[in-house]
Design a protein around this ligand. Structure first.
Ligand SMILES: *[C@@H]1O[C@H](CO)[C@@H](O)[C@H](O)[C@H]1NC(C)=O
Length: 312
């Protein structure tokens, strides 16, 4: 009986952002600008790292992976948001929704795995400076990156397959500007117990373990600086870890804020602001944090621009 009542829905509606119509154009321009800055900033970082052979070091290869991941992360949601802000029809096919959710998870988790690998890289660079090149060999770097990409793809595939089992009924309104897994679960009319359990356990694992590993690396880094306690060493450590630490704080600051701030009064607005922070603001700021604080990147940018001038 129950199965007869279920209609298979083929489309979902994205409610989009709670923006009053008179401000629609202003926000459209703002988001378009932010998206373009994200794409441009991350592309510049990737191109610089490919072009400049001084930057062919583990730290920068990881950084170019991070930029690639940021670029894709924001490209999964922003073009659709921009398109929806301009058109009346905000529907998205069911398969499109699952695809968007899958890639969102792939690139989002990749960011958190990359931050761990980068923290480990800084830990080796500071605590074992003499063995750095032999420990962080090109082979290990490639292995680490392949491992991270495969892990995040498998993990996201698992969630997506479990979600694809669910059936959806008449209600097809997603109160977000992208296909968010928790919003989709609320719409499902079959039992979502297993999905929720999986999100709780696996989601906990992929956020708590990376975060703890980063903390452990930094505790070890701090311990090793305290043993030396010279201002020169301190300065050097700060200049090599500063950018990474800023990106980590931005990424985990957003996530922690999401859990700490009470969602009592206006949870849709809060969810939207947080989603915006994760999908738009963080990927946009990462390249700037790295390039503004980092002498090597600035140097590389200067070199590339000067070479261009000479060849012209
Ligand atoms: C990611 O890192 C690997 C291993 O260090 C490197 O070979 C590759 O070029 C990087 N990929 C991107 C897109 O930057």
């Amino acid at each position: 009986m129950i199965t007869n009542n279920k209609t298979v829905i083929s489309q979902l509606l994205l409610l989009g952002l709670p923006i009053p119509p008179e401000h629609q154009h202003l926000f459209y321009a703002l988001f378009l600008a932010m998206y373009l800055i994200t794409v441009l900033g991350n592309l510049i970082i990737i191109i610089l790292i490919i072009l400049d052979s001084h930057l062919h070091m583990p730290m920068y290869l990881f950084l170019s992976n991070l930029s690639f991941s940021d670029l894709c992360f924001s490209s999964v949601t922003m073009p659709k948001l921009l398109q929806n802000m301009q058109s009346e029809d905000t529907s998205i096919p069911y398969t499109g929704c699952l695809t968007q959710m899958y890639f969102l998870m792939v690139f989002g988790d990749m960011e958190s795995f990359l931050l761990v690998v980068m923290a480990y890289d800084r830990y080796v660079a500071i605590c074992f400076p003499l063995h750095y090149t032999s420990i962080m060999s090109p082979k290990l770097c490639v292995c680490l990156m392949v491992f991270c990409w495969v892990l995040t793809m498998l993990y996201s595939m698992l969630h997506t397959l479990f979600l694809a089992r669910l059936s959806f009924c008449e209600n097809n309104l997603i109160p977000q500007f992208f296909c968010d897994i928790s919003a989709l679960l609320k719409l499902a009319c079959s039992d979502t117990y297993i999905n929720e359990l999986m999100i709780f356990i696996m989601g906990g694992l992929v956020s708590v373990i990376p975060f703890s590993l980063i903390i452990v690396s930094y505790v070890k880094i701090v311990c090793s600086i305290l043993q030396v306690s010279s201002t020169r060493v301190f300065h050097k450590v700060f200049s090599t870890c500063g950018s990474h630490l800023s990106v980590v704080s931005l990424f985990y600051g957003t996530i922690i804020a999401l859990y700490i701030f009470p969602s009592a009064n206006n949870s849709t607005v809060k969810d939207t602001v947080m989603a915006m922070m994760c999908t738009v603001v963080t990927p946009m700021l990462n390249p700037f944090i790295y390039s503004l604080r980092n002498r090597d990147i600035k140097e590389a940018l200067k070199n590339v621009l000067c070479k261009k001038k000479i060849s012209l």
